[in-house]
Design a protein around this ligand. Structure first.
Ligand code: NAI
Length: 246
């Protein structure tokens, strides 16, 4: 039970990596707020975990809207009494080559992947400062560090997340709050299901471990950064990508 008596908010928890993290955290004893835009799926997913006996609840949120975030954070505090861990996991792609990428698609990815992370973190901060301890975990990407064709908007946000992670690690360390990021490689989720099979094959050739990752591979990295085992880890970007980034 590595997260016994902890309360965690995981954004984008209705699906993919976020859902795997919700199950992993709950299994380790945490009370988990599954926060997501997709209410239908989110409620169903929370129900699956409740049926297994876990203390989880679904909270509807659009991380692109500050008011929605504030309402979610208040509702989580009302339900669970405190917030120990925030995993900024929600993310979207709107891919397009630079020559064709619309301003709308550029901005909508920024609103969720970058501004959403800023607002969610700011919203939980008072609760963490008050208790003198907290764990913030952000989600970057191999695309943010290396760049990726067709991902001007996405790569910009994921590089931005690294900058915010390191800045907050410096600002908040003395308040007992650890801030770290995970940079996943290519992981089997709905996000990569959109990628053509040929491209997946090419990706696989680039990965020293010879396979795409599973959502649980990232959930386990989130778990380490959420647990007391990482109490002296701050401002790091943990690459979980089968060795693409070396
Ligand atoms: P996914 O598409 O399977 O799940 C994303 C979840 O976020 C969905 O449940 C969706 O409803 C939710 N969401 C989207 N917009 C939202 C909003 N405005 N407010 C609240 N929730 C919202 O994605 P996946 O693959 O699980 O990705 C999770 C994180 O990992 C993302 O930040 C993504 O950028 C990152 N990542 C994923 C990689 C992959 O290969 N799958 C690689 C590198 C990073």
């Amino acid at each position: 039970m590595r997260l016994k008596e902890k309360v965690a908010i995981i954004t984008g928890a209705a699906n993919g990596i976020g859902f795997a993290a919700a199950e992993t955290f709950a299994r380790e004893g945490a009370s988990v707020a599954l926060a997501d835009y997709d209410a239908e799926l989110g409620k169903a997913r929370a129900g699956e975990l409740q049926d297994k006996g876990y203390n989880v609840e679904f909270f509807e949120v659009n991380v692109a809207e500050r008011e929605s975030i504030d309402q979610m954070v208040t509702a989580v505090k009302d339900s669970f009494g405190k917030i120990d861990i925030l995993v900024n996991n929600a993310g979207i792609t709107r891919d397009g080559m630079l020559s064709k990428l619309s301003s709308e698609d550029f901005q909508s990815v920024l609103d969720v992947n970058l501004t959403g992370v800023f607002h969610c973190t700011q919203a939980v901060l008072p609760a963490m400062i008050e208790q003198g301890k907290g764990k913030i975990i952000n989600t970057s990407s191999v695309s943010g560090v290396y760049g990726n064709i067709g991902q001007t908007n996405y790569a910009a946000t994921k590089a931005g997340v690294v900058g915010m992670t390191k800045t907050w690690a410096k600002e908040l360390g003395r308040k007992g709050i650890n801030v770290n990021a995970v940079a996943p490689g290519f992981i089997h989720t709905g996000m990569t299901a959109k990628v053509p099979e040929k491209v997946i094959g090419q990706m696989q050739m680039m990965i020293p471990l010879g396979r795409l990752g599973n959502p649980e591979d990232i959930a386990n990295a989130y778990l380490f950064l959420a647990s007391n085992e990482s109490d002296y880890v701050n401002g790091t970007v943990l690459h979980v990508d089968g060795g693409i980034m070396m």
